[in-house]
Design a protein around this ligand. Structure first.
Ligand code: OAD
Length: 237
């Protein structure tokens, strides 16, 4: 794995940088990825996209909570890895760093990233199914019902069959269209619209860099592909 002189120079002088992360950035922390193995594919006989679906929230909300409570419990023990910490350091390094993640695990924040655009929500938040009031579950335990209106709560994450949180992608897209440098870290780049961000950056003239041990559908669009694990590659900058 070699970092080009061009990328080193750009990294040294860039002002507006976008980083898009996916499950692979948390792999070295012990979070299973969605594609390519892992142990979260099936929960009590239900495939991931069935238990984590909008339909299941309607049909069996307690089962959805059981699955998400289990996942939070599992994530609680995990800590950020060098990739999360390196990205957090980039906040000071660049005039404008935009971190966009598809992950719901909160590990970027745990590593010190302050502003994180979460395209798929956050597993440490619950949301009222009626009035949309949100509740943090980082320190507090999950409330039984909404304190505002008494209705049921659900995980504040994007489930299969649901839209992204209003405005999140649009904001990220504006930042991508203004960026000089765009890193795509640990994502299979199969799920849209997130996978469209590097395309927007590229079309706007940004230098696009992929960090992944494997090739993805985005690799051919990238100006540079750094083949390796995020926790090993990113600290080289
Ligand atoms: P995937 O599981 O699809 O892809 C993970 C990527 O990380 C793969 O390309 C791996 O090669 C790469 N990878 C594995 N280990 C790595 C490491 N140590 N360093 C860097 N890369 C590594 O995960 P996502 O692309 O994040 O959506 O998946 C996108 C979305 O699909 C998820 O957010 C989720 C799912 O449906 C929702 O839940 C809404």
């Amino acid at each position: 794995m070699h970092i080009s002189a061009e990328l080193r120079q750009l990294f040294a002088r860039a002002k507006r940088v976008v980083v898009l992360t996916g499950a692979g950035v948390s792999a070295e922390s012990g979070v299973p990825t969605f594609r390519g193995g892992g142990n979260t594919a099936v929960w009590k006989g239900m495939p991931f996209d069935v238990i984590s679906s909008a339909e299941m929230v309607e049909r069996d909300l307690p089962a959805v909570w059981e699955w998400f409570d289990y996942r939070r419990n599992f994530l609680q023990e995990l800590t950020p890895n060098p990739a999360h910490y390196e990205i957090a350091r980039w906040q000071e390094r660049f005039a404008e760093l935009t971190l966009v993640t598809q992950n719901i695990d909160g590990l970027h924040q745990k590593a010190g990233s302050l502003e994180v655009i979460e395209l798929h929500g956050n597993i440490w938040r619950a949301r009222c199914t009626a009035c949309r009031t949100t509740y943090s579950m980082v320190q507090e335990k999950r409330p039984d019902a909404c304190f505002e209106c008494g209705d049921s709560l659900r995980p504040d994450v994007v489930l299969f069959g649901e839209m992204l949180p209003p405005g999140a992608f649009e904001f990220a897209a504006v930042r991508a269209s203004q960026s000089e440098l765009c890193f795509v870290v640990g994502t299979s780049a199969l799920v849209y619209p997130a996978a469209g961000l590097p395309e927007i950056a590229k079309a706007a003239g940004a230098y696009v860099v992929e960090v992944n041990p494997e090739r993805t559908p985005l690799s051919s669009l990238c100006d540079e592909v750094l083949t390796g694990k995020a926790g090993e590659v990113l600290p080289l900058f």
